[in-house]
Ligand binder design. Sequence first.
Ligand SMILES: O=c1ccn([C@@H]2O[C@H](COP(=O)(O)OP(=O)(O)O[C@H]3O[C@H](CO)[C@@H](O)[C@H](O)[C@H]3O)[C@@H](O)[C@H]2O)c(=O)[nH]1
Ligand SMILES: [Mn+2]
Length: 797
Amino acid sequence: MRHRDTDSVVLWWVTVFGDFWFGVSWLLNQASKLNPIRRVPNLALLNQRFDPPGNGSSSSSSQLPAVDVFINTVDPVDEPVLCTMNSVLSILATDYPVGRHATYFSDDGGSLVHYEALLEVARFAAVWAPFCRKHRVEPRAPESYFAAKADNAGPYAGDAPAQFVDDRRHVRREYEEFKARLAALFTVIPQRSEAHGPDSAKGATPTFMADGTHWPGTWFEPAANHNKGQHAAIVEVVLNHPGDEPQLGAPASSENPMDLSAVDVRLPMLVYIAREKRPGYDHQKKAGAMNVQLRVSALLSNAPFVINFDGDHYINNSAAFRAAMCFMLDPRHGEDTAFVQFPQRFDDVDPTDRYSNHNRVFFDATSLGLNGIQGPSYVGTGCMFRRAALYGADPPRWLPPDGSVSKQLSSSDNDPCHHFGNSMPFINSIPLATHHERPVSPPPASPLDAELAAVATCAYEDGTGWGDCVGWVYNIATEDVVTGFRIHRKGWRSMYCATEPDAFRGTAPINLTERLYQILRWSGGSLDMFFSRNSPLLAGRRLHPLQRVAYANMTAYPISAAFIFLYDLLPLMWLSGSEFYIQKPFATYAAYMFAGIAMMEVSGMVEITWAGITLLDWCRNEQFFMVGATGVYPAAVLHSLLRLVGLKGLPFKLTAKPQSSGAAAARERFAEVYEVQWAPLLVPTVVVIAVNVAAVGAALGRAAAGGWSLPQLAATAGGMLFNAWVLLLLYPFALGIMGRWSKRPYLLFVLLVVTLAAIASAYVALLPVFAPRSVSPFWLGFWSRVGSSIFPTSWRI
Ligand SMILES: O=c1ccn([C@@H]2O[C@H](COP(=O)(O)OP(=O)(O)O[C@H]3O[C@H](CO)[C@@H](O)[C@H](O)[C@H]3O)[C@@H](O)[C@H]2O)c(=O)[nH]1
Ligand SMILES: [Mn+2]
């Protein structure tokens, strides 16, 4: 490399360094894809060994280990209660031995609506779960089940085809009534409280439960000790442990037209939890909620396995728990497997997936690459854990020959990581949680109410290892990636499990601004992790070297954006009109560059073809990375810098959920795609678009004014390719800020042409004033944008 111009030496270094960084990240990115592995669970073998046929899900002789299911929500309105309750129903009806799974519902809003909705769920599930078992219907979330077209339903799989149509009609009616009762909760509860009248002593209107007592959680009219950030801990068992013996239902009768005489009608255990909230405490959002679930469930059912998902995700394939068990119980790697991650799949994403919500490249290619190393990262939902691994145990393969996981966890040395808090029943439960052969705990003999509330208080975790080396990790926006990492660095492995049909499905933000806030949280959290004690660079030797590389890439990727952003703004210099000189790329350089681009594109193609992803998915991924890189990732870098100097960083918010209640049916589908919500986060990308459009317009003007020789024109055209490329990558963003107009995308092109013409003529008019004699720094863009335009990303965007 030769460089003769001293004027632009700083820029020269920036681009050299930037391109070097892109090259290195590309190479590192490839490193984690060297050994992609797709593993398929063998359900037949699992059932044969642990749940012999003939017994079905009603078996009491099943040897399948117990599972505690965690589900989280915050607010019955922001996260529509119907959607959340559908998730709960899909769990209660799932195909797993009824006595061997228990559901822990965490309500961070402390709302009576959620509690009473669960009571309604318990009532409706008495019809729904037996119906699903009898006719083996899928999916077992009623809203999705009834919404599916009959021709998508697949062949009938149950034992009573003759009764199916009648039963389905009956259950559908019941479901409609259930929905009406759910919707009514928002009026019934305030009316009930109104009827009781205000509490004269406190001067507030309490929210009353059906039995006439005060609800200990949040009140409709918040009062001291009864608002969202301040209320007592509540743990209520909604459905108790059903016992291990199957209970057949009643034959059809006039009251109950569904014949259940051959169906197990038990329902699995269901528990409502609202952890204590106190002002001044950092409640650690979802991670804090799940650590409470971990302790409460330990006291009640203490299953050796835990599966967690978000309130807006439901079980779409009721064999999901069994599929995960195939990996956990596998004699080859099973006992060293800490978690089994399923891909996240989404309903209700607009058909063209404008903002890459499906993240196909990450879920269908990258994750398989990781699966061939030490395993996929944890992505927050649809993941089954080994409880002992969450408690901070070492995997068996790293234990001394005479050690065992349970021995290690119960050794109470002074290690703060073995400090689980001071609940003796909890501490006693720890060694038991490692034996998965153990049948599920019977319901506790002595009343545990006080203990249950105690482990759900804020103060319980003070001075313990919770949030640090026990449970889900705190003080970070992406508790998921870092929690998975903490487990990997101990030497555990994880498994990736994609099933057909999808194991879980959920909702995703399809509005541009919401989506950008989501990736801001992810990228900011990831970068925080990179600069924290949990940095992949600081992990010990138990972390596989390639896994370390993958984690480094997965957490440091926002840094690349700093360069991309800069490159995208380079045309600005040329617009300034002052003299500027940059060396042209010489022929050999250009040849290498094009060969490099071709190689990267081809390897990308091979990758997506192997993974079975469509070209559109891939383009969306590239496009959305560029959208992120121009606004969100620089913001994430800023956030991390603020945190590094001890400031608070950016605030992160709950991802908005599609509001499916009420008039939704009448409303247009995917309406959120067309909503424009202005936010500062949008501005940098708008600037990049403006700069690139202006640069192209100015170049056209210059060409029209006859300011260039033919070779110069050709060179400019070459440089403009890259402006066009940037604009093409930002196309979804441009559609996003057009709002409803984006229903007619051709308008965007009309607008583009008009703008270009306007800028070109303005430039021609102004040319005599500024009279630049410069050589186009498109050259700069030309060679330095090599990296930015093709920098591939396969991380979660
Ligand atoms: O104080 C809180 C905040 C959130 N949540 C729950 O956490 C889940 C995820 O929150 P959401 O705002 O929906 O985030 P998403 O962007 O949809 O979540 C993705 O990204 C998160 C990491 O940032 C992961 O934890 C999630 O599993 C993953 O789906 C939801 O069920 C919430 O109810 C709580 O329980 N308490
Ligand atoms: Mn979500």
